[in-house]
Design a protein around this ligand. Structure first.
Ligand code: MTE
Ligand code: MO
Length: 468
């Protein structure tokens, strides 16, 4: 229902809501849908006091909207209609019971026993309410019986990552940790809730322009040799200096090995169209995904099975490409096809199909508009340049002066971000700090500003601090 509302909402309104509510947008959306349903249900109740059939018809019409919403979703089966059908029976039934109790209450009032009638009506409402709550809880309980991330034993990588060096976490207060703790890892997806997928009923199908269609179970995947890599994921929606970037250690099967099982026809296909458990699609340029970079079907994140929020049981991770064209969570299908033949979710919405992550540096400390004491101030942050030889240098500029070299933290590999810091003798007053990075293959970060749409933000992170 919520997803259908999202689709029907005009883009400007949607963008306003995202700007206004940020990651709270989903709470607002679900809340508005709930309030809307409550208001309409109350209307049905008020009408039902006069004409029960009309009230019930309003409820059934509401259910009809829900059914329509379900049917507009890709890859929904007959089973997905079950909740609506149950509502189509239980809703009017509850209404009939309430209307009957209401009528009895009115008769009791006329007979001078108003108190009894009201009590009976309240009791009916309370029992129905309790049943609804119990039904919801039972539903949650049943879905929690699915196999959980905690129950998965991950295999050892055939090709492990070297130990991650100690970062600057302890040396530079306020700097982003060298490895993002899983619970702090940013989350960006179109989902309103987190899909609950069990490993027992999960499969991955590779089809389209392949020699043979292949379907793998979770155990099949776990049986394949795994690689372990430190990779920094970045969202195309991240603005310069923004929070939608995180670095983790991923464990997974090389994408290439999985594709090879099906045998890909590179003379035809130019994109991998990956589909998630709900039918949401993400497109990845085939040439980039198979150019030797560490593209993988990941099952582990920071030493544990993927959490549900980050794609349990299996997601794609491809270094160097923004998440919206590479990092499909809850992935169930890889279809080898062409951009001409099929459009993915964000392609339909005008976003780019080829979107390498742009070189970027971020100032973590001091914060924008922070008040700091004059004297020795440590400026610090992170920078990333995945699939471009990593970050080779970071420079800082104070008040539009000359660019000066910052010191780099240790390297976690070319696909991983790098911490940096600069010791600054700060005089009192208001100062402007800017930062820029340079990649290992010699490309400087551009100062040309661009919005995230359609292929990622660019420009320099620059902020003001008050030294006093
Ligand atoms: N199934 C699915 N996978 C998805 C998305 C999505 O909406 N649905 N969003 C993508 C985007 S835009 C990004 S940036 C990354 C974010 O991954 P994370 O939430 O684990 O940080 O997931 C990608 N994978
Ligand atoms: Mo993203």
């Amino acid at each position: 229902m919520g997803s259908a509302v999202i689709d029907l909402t005009p883009t400007p309104l949607k963008e306003w809501a995202i700007r206004r509510f940020g990651t709270g947008d989903k709470v607002v959306l679900v809340g508005s849908v709930l309030v809307g349903v409550l208001v309409l249900a109350a209307l049905a109740g008020a009408v039902a006091r006069r004409r029960l059939a009309v009230g019930a018809a309003i409820l059934v019409a509401l259910v009809g909207i829900a059914v329509a919403a379900v049917l507009t979703r890709a890859e929904t089966g007959a089973l997905d209609l079950l909740p609506s059908l149950v509502a189509a029976v239980t809703g009017p039934l509850a209404l009939v019971l309430l209307a009957r109790a209401d009528r009895a209450a009115q008769e009791a009032r006329r007979a001078g026993r108003g108190e009894d009638g009201r009590r009976a009506l309240l009791l009916t409402a309370a029992v129905l309410g309790a049943l609804a709550v119990a039904g919801g809880a039972a539903g949650r309980f049943v879905s929690s019986l699915r196999l959980r991330p905690e129950d998965v034993t991950l295999p050892r990588p055939a090709d492990p990552a070297p130990p991650l060096p100690r970062g600057l976490d302890d040396q530079v207060p306020g700097i982003t940790p060298f490895r993002t703790p899983t619970r702090d890892f940013y989350r960006v997806d179109t989902r309103l809730d987190v899909p609950v997928v069990g490993t027992d009923d999960w499969t991955l199908t590779i089809d389209g322009d392949v020699d043979r269609k292949v379907t793998l179970s979770f155990d099949d995947l776990l049986g394949m040799p795994m690689i372990e890599r430190d990779i920094t994921l970045t969202c195309v929606s991240n603005s310069v200096g923004g929070p939608y970037v995180g670095a983790a250690r991923w464990l997974g099967v090389p994408l290439r090995d999985v594709l090879d099982r099906a045998g890909i026809d590179t003379t035809k296909a130019d994109q991998i169209l990956s589909t998630d458990v709900d039918g949401m699609t993400i497109s990845t340029p085939l040439a980039l995904a198979t150019d030797g970079r560490d593209a993988m079907l990941a099952v582990g994140m920071n030493g544990k099975a993927l959490p549900r929020e980050h794609g349990f049981p299996v997601r794609m991770v491809i270094p160097g490409l923004y998440g919206f064209i590479s990092a499909t969570k809850w992935v169930t299908r890889l279809t080898l096809t062409t951009y001409a033949a099929q459009d993915a979710y964000w392609t339909e919405r005008g976003w780019a199909t080829d979107a390498p992550i742009k070189i970027s540096a971020r100032i973590d400390t001091p914060r924008a508009l922070a008040k700091v004491d004059a004297g020795d101030v440590v400026i610090g942050g992170v920078a990333w340049a995945q699939e471009r030889g990593g970050v080779a240098g970071v420079q800082v500029r104070i008040d539009g002066g000359a660019w000066v070299d910052a010191q780099l933290g240790p390297s976690g590999g070319d696909d991983y971000w790098r911490q940096w810091f600069y010791r600054w003798e700060a005089g009192s007053g208001s100062h402007r700090i800017a930062v820029r990075a340079r990649s290992g293959d010699g490309e400087p970060q551009t100062a040309v500003r661009a919005e995230p749409f359609p292929n990622g933000a660019s420009g320099l992170h620059e902020l003001l601090v008050q030294v006093g």
